[in-house]
Write a protein that binds this ligand. Structure first.
Ligand SMILES: [Fe+2]
Length: 254
């Protein structure tokens, strides 16, 4: 139902921040691949993996490689987990896809980027800034220190947020928490970087803060800068309808 609503919205590009599987099984990857192909064409979907998609260290070809066409950079390189970050440019917007998904010990749902990915992230952010692109960073785990429970945290959140703080970004989107949340970081020149946690789009919850929801972002050029606006569409379980999510805007009160 939410997917039908999303199609009707005519969004130009879709960003998905991971956890399309529960256990990371081969059959789940195949089901998700089919779902993604029905959702839209690969050039219109930018996907990154979540921790559930990497619960066990399985063969890349049997797992994440099945989603290659939705994750690959514009130059199509992505044949190995080490190929993150990815980059895709659509109009004035650059999507930078990170992978914080790593296998963990039982009962942990932590993630990390690692030194190499953080260094590449820094280079990409600075190169995109020189080209005046609107930089959207996609990461599954919340990137701010203390942003989530200890056993579900991004282990290198301090170093990651330092990269964002120093190199800047126009929007950071994360998943993992299943709630629409708004935080921010102070970037270069004191400019605020919105760090937004996205809701689950498949939750069966009734409470407004945990209900299935997707966000619609509008980026408009405004002279030498950009204007960013947010709307959301929520599944209202009691009425079994999709409604406008006026209840919460993650860009306010940061
Ligand atoms: Fe997760």
């Amino acid at each position: 139902m939410l997917v039908e609503d999303l199609r009707a919205s005519k969004a130009q590009h879709l960003a998905i921040t991971g956890d399309l599987t529960q256990l990371g099984l081969d059959s789940e990857f195949q089901d998700a691949q089919k779902w993604l192909r029905e959702l839209s064409t690969p050039s219109r979907v930018s996907l990154i993996p979540g921790n559930h998609d990497c619960l066990v260290a399985d063969d890349w070809q049997r797992t994440l490689h099945r989603w290659h066409e939705f994750m690959a950079s514009d130059d199509t390189s992505l044949n190995h987990p080490g190929d993150f970050p990815t980059s895709r440019i659509r109009g004035p917007v650059m999507f930078i896809g990170l992978s914080s998904a790593v296998p963990t010990a039982p009962f942990l749902a932590t993630g990390s980027l690692g030194r190499q990915q953080r260094q590449r992230l820094r280079e990409m952010l600075e190169s995109a800034r020189e080209r005046s692109l609107f930089r959207v960073v996609l990461i599954h785990h919340p990137p701010l220190p203390g942003g989530y429970k200890w056993r579900k945290r991004l282990v290198d959140s301090r170093a990651t947020s330092e990269v964002l703080r120093q190199s800047g970004a126009e929007l950071v989107l994360h998943g993992h928490t299943h709630r629409l949340t708004g935080m921010s970081l102070e970037g270069p020149g004191g400019k605020r970087i919105p760090v937004v946690g996205l809701s689950s789009a498949s939750a069966g919850e009734v409470s407004p803060e945990r209900a299935a929801r997707y966000s619609l972002w509008t980026v408009t050029r405004n002279g030498g800068s950009f204007r960013l606006q947010h709307r959301s569409r929520v599944y209202d379980a009691p009425s079994h309808r999709i409604r406008e999510g006026h209840d919460w805007n993650p860009l306010q009160d940061q």
